[in-house]
Design a binder for this molecule. Structure first.
Ligand code: SAM
Length: 291
């Protein structure tokens, strides 16, 4: 068997049951405490206590919609902004192979873009959905896909990550602070109030909560923002892109499919859609770093 990508990052991964280090033999990863985890045929490793239920995280249909949407490049400027933010992280420019984590990284689209520009870096997409992890496992030669629950203790060594990415996903602040290296940074992409404003009302999508920015500030109260970029542009989407955009996120659980199809059919292509997100870099701790 080819050397699995998981070997690139295994020294930084930890047993989700007892936090011991892990080693691999063939398709089995184990810790000295006797806990065993199988490497899936599709390449991802599940590091969940109890193995994790199938069907957790995004569904197969949501993940397929996300992959189809992202491949058309409408969010490439977000990937570019993330890439720039990560390139500025002090711990990323250190010698060695900096470790990048993408929490709830989905298909691995953003982490792959960042790794493309950092030839010595390695990455892990920590994702609950089996379907997303399968895609992330083949997203980049220096990326491993690990099924993990970001609300639990992360199966990652303390102080090991040069950068943690969080793009439109759940964030567990204490765990992020624990896994970040001293000069490491958390880079968050969060939607602004007018993100996708042309689609939200007409297509019955979930709106960005009015207190989203305050909630983020509260959630990351133990972090200090060191850089912020508001990214706002118009994306010209096809009707298929619009449908994928709706069905790749939480709105998929709420929209009526027949009503969505009817509404999308009535749109004139290209559909001009506002993309509006804020990309913020944080360091752990409340006190500003000495200069
Ligand atoms: C809105 S998507 C964002 C995915 C990716 N960051 C992107 O923007 O392409 C949210 C992702 O969080 C994952 N997710 C949800 N709950 C999770 C959890 N508790 N632990 C890890 N991933 C989770 C979903 O499976 C989904 O892939």
């Amino acid at each position: 068997m080819d050397t699995p990508r998981i070997d690139l990052v295994l020294p930084s991964l930890r047993c989700p049951v007892c936090t011991e280090s892990l080693t691999r033999e063939e398709r089995t990863v184990r810790c000295p405490g006797g806990h065993r985890f199988d490497l899936a045929r599709q390449g991802h490793l599940t590091l969940l206590r109890g193995g994790g239920r199938a069907g957790q995280g995004d569904t197969a249909d949501m993940v397929a919609a996300r992959a189809a949407f992202l491949e058309h490049g409408h969010y490439a400027p977000i990937a570019e902004a993330l890439t720039q933010a990560v390139a500025a992280v002090p711990a990323v420019t250190d010698d060695g192979a900096p470790l990048l984590l993408d929490l709830a990284g989905g298909t691995g689209y953003y982490l792959a873009a960042v790794l493309d520009t950092l030839p010595s870096a390695v990455g892990v997409d920590l994702e609950l959905s089996t379907y997303a992890a399968r895609r992330a496992a083949r997203a980049h030669p220096r990326m491993a896909a690990v099924r993990a629950d970001v609300w639990q203790r992360l199966p990652v060594a303390t102080g090991s990550a040069a950068a943690v990415l969080s793009v439109f996903g759940p964030r567990n602040a204490p765990e992020i602070a624990r896994v970040l290296a001293e000069e490491g940074r958390l880079v968050v992409v969060a939607p602004d109030q007018d993100h996708l404003r042309e689609l939200v009302g007409p297509l019955g999508m979930l709106a960005v909560a009015p207190d989203k920015a305050e909630r983020l500030t509260r959630q990351l109260a133990e972090f200090t923002a060191v850089d912020e970029q508001v990214l706002r542009y118009r994306a010209d989407m096809s009707r298929a892109d619009v449908t994928h955009e709706v069905l790749m996120g939480p709105s998929a659980h709420h929209v009526d499919r027949a009503a969505l199809t009817a509404a999308v059919t009535g749109l004139t292509e290209p559909v001009g859609v506002t993309v509006s997100v804020t990309v913020t870099s944080y360091r752990a701790g409340r006190v500003p770093a000495p200069r």
